[in-house]
Design a protein around this ligand. Structure first.
Ligand SMILES: Nc1ncnc2c1ncn2[C@@H]1O[C@H](COP(=O)(O)OP(=O)(O)OP(=O)(O)O)[C@@H](O)[C@H]1O
Length: 257
């Protein structure tokens, strides 16, 4: 079970979502989402397939626009931002995709350096090398710097993918199913890494997952999405000590270590 991060600042909200609605035609996906994420907090979003978890993440980074409601990220209303302002915001919000999407033709070191070179043309080679070293150390893969993605295990690729997101030092990390398709030992490594990232870099995170072990190990707070809104939020035990049949069913279908 996760030890709640003592550095969470309850007075600083980094993501604030109020009464959020989003439909695609007659498919009413988000129907009144309310949630806050505090500085330093890992919030796990749990929910069955198709409940709108990925749509929520896409609205947070401005890849989709809501129909109604407000989404405030680091003090800015996302749907009011110009394209240039959105680009700035996205540098502060790291998005770790389900597939780690590394470039196969580049070494691990080059993959990590790539976002830095693209986003900050003034950095010297020494500065870039130093930042690559710091991130490789954080993800525990210093020895892989000259290897190609095809030479890494699935779990290592995932960790480098997270490292590539981290290298821009985002204030917020969004993880979309970080443990999907990984064996239980590798899942544990990724869960530990998510917590390590939180501790070392003081990030706030939203972690989307179906994996209750991941939720239990990484979440300071769990938010359960059902029929387009959050029906329960709290610690893992608070959320699953419930009379809600759908939440009980969700629990029973998962294996808890
Ligand atoms: N761009 C889009 N256009 C039309 N419908 C969409 C679009 N994006 C998502 N949807 C629909 O919104 C609903 C929610 O999708 P979403 O991907 O957010 O689910 P999810 O909760 O993340 O599911 P999973 O756990 O399977 O990833 C689905 O019915 C999906 O078909």
């Amino acid at each position: 079970m996760k030890t709640i991060n003592p550095d969470i600042d309850p007075n600083e909200v980094v993501i604030s979502i109020r009464d959020l609605y989003k439909s695609f035609g007659n498919n009413h996906v988000l129907r009144g989402v309310d949630v806050d994420v505090h500085k330093g907090e890992n919030v796990v979003v749990l929910g069955r397939s198709g409940t709108g978890k990925s749509v929520l993440i896409k609205i947070i980074v401005g890849l989709l626009q809501q129909d109604a409601g407000t989404v405030n990220v680091l003090g800015q209303e996302v749907d009011q931002l110009s394209n240039a302002e959105l680009r700035e915001l996205r540098l502060k919000v790291g998005f770790s995709f389900q597939s780690s999407a590394l470039y196969d033709s580049m070494t691990v070191g080059e993959n990590l350096a790539f976002p830095l070179k693209r986003n900050n043309k003034r950095l010297s080679k020494e500065q870039i090398d130093k930042m690559v070293d710091i991130v490789l150390d954080a993800v525990g893969l210093t020895q892989t710097i000259n290897q190609y993605p095809s030479e890494l295990s699935g779990g290592q690729r995932k960790r480098i993918g997270i490292g590539r997101t981290l290298i821009l030092r985002p204030q917020i990390m969004l993880y979309d199913e970080p443990t999907a398709g990984l064996d239980p030992i590798t899942c544990t490594e990724i869960n530990n890494l998510i917590n390590e990232v939180q501790r070392r870099f003081n990030t706030s995170s939203i972690i989307i997952t179906h994996d209750l072990t991941c939720a239990k190990e990484t979440g300071d707070r769990i938010a359960v999405m059902q029929e387009g809104k959050f029906v329960s939020q709290g610690s893992f035990d608070e959320v699953f000590r419930t009379d809600n049949d759908l939440i009980k069913e969700f629990y029973q279908y998962n294996f808890i270590q």
